[in-house]
Design a protein around this ligand. Structure first.
Ligand code: A3P
Length: 300
């Protein structure tokens, strides 16, 4: 396994610590190298907040079931959009792409993304948020499959015991994607300053779950595609949790390095996993970190 293997150590770039697999340095190179134009779309998220879903929706809207060039070239099925994964083999392909729009994804913190370049070239930004309780639960189930979390170095950061796991995670001790001891909520805050900029669409996972037709139409309008009712229904159906999961099962699981991108796809699973104290800790952190924004997470 290339990305999440056992010997993997964290990488630090500009004070941000990244888990194994991330190539934040190469992503920076990519920003300098790739051509960006006004048709391109960047989907920025924190892990486990609905990235794969939104990438799937944008793809369905733009290309239907036709694979893009990048998909044809890519060996790592789910990583081809990410600027910071599997980069080495990817940039050369990116340069040759013939399809009209590029759909990029990134989990990088905002200060590491060259938003100036994206904006100057008129590219669009979609940012997705999800309530931090379900995000935490989704994260635990996701990383369980990775060999690195069982290695000597990482084991203390990824306890087997469920309660301990969340305690460590919520204390910001898993070095995930943000400056030391900071995490998801701080990353949202960094991106949220773009909320009212031109060419920016903020989406909420739970709203997409509750009103897929409305939210998917919003995405289509944003990327300049008008859909008939029939087309819209088709995108909703093709990007439902059940359809996407089924579709993903057709491809060899090896393509994804053991990463499972489709687990439950529900709102409120946190109630089955977090203790009351952990849930209250999240409530306090949300107030402390995002209290001065208009973000109100949906927990059920
Ligand atoms: P759960 O682990 O709670 O099920 P990401 O793509 O950012 O890694 O996020 C993964 C989460 O989104 C997982 O959450 C996954 O099941 C959920 N998901 C993926 N596709 C989905 C879809 N079509 N509808 C709803 N949720 C989806």
């Amino acid at each position: 396994k290339i990305l999440f293997g056992e010997g993997a150590l964290p990488k630090e770039v500009d004070g941000y610590l990244f888990p194994p697999g991330f190539e934040p340095d190469s992503a920076k190179v990519a920003y300098d190298q790739i051509e960006i134009n006004e048709d391109d779309i960047l989907i920025a998220t924190y892990p486990k907040t609905g990235t794969t879903w939104v990438v799937g929706i944008v793809h369905q809207i733009l290309y239907g079931d036709n694979p893009t060039d990048l998909e044809k070239y890519s060996t790592l099925q789910f990583f081809f959009h990410y600027l910071e994964f599997g980069a080495v083999c990817k940039y050369d392909v990116w340069k040759k792409l013939s399809f009209p729009r590029q759909v990029f994804a990134t989990h990088l913190p905002e200060p590491l993304v060259n938003m100036k370049k994206f904006k100057a070239n008129g590219a669009k930004l979609i940012y997705v948020i999800r309530n931090p309780k379900d995000q935490a639960v989704s994260w635990r189930h996701f990383v369980k499959n990775f060999a690195y979390t069982k290695s000597e170095f990482w084991k203390p950061f990824f306890p087997e015991d469920e309660k301990e796991f969340y305690d460590v995670y919520l204390a910001g001790n898993q070095h995930a994607f943000a400056k030391k001891r900071k995490g998801y909520l701080e990353c949202i805050k960094e991106w949220y300053k773009h909320k009212n900029d031109e060419n920016v669409l903020f989406l909420v996972y739970e709203e997409m779950k509750k009103n897929p037709h409305i939210e998917i139409k919003k995405i289509a309008d944003f990327i300049g595609k008008s859909l008939t009712d029939e087309q819209l229904n088709n995108v909703v159906e093709k990007t439902s949790f059940a359809s996407m999961k089924k579709e993903s099962e057709k491809t060899a699981p090896d393509n994804n390095e053991g990463a499972q991108f489709f687990r439950k796809g529900q709102i409120g699973d946190w109630k089955n996993h977090l203790t009351v104290a952990q849930s209250e800790l999240i409530d306090r952190k949300v107030k402390e970190i995002l209290g001065d924004t208009d973000i109100e997470f949906i927990y059920e």
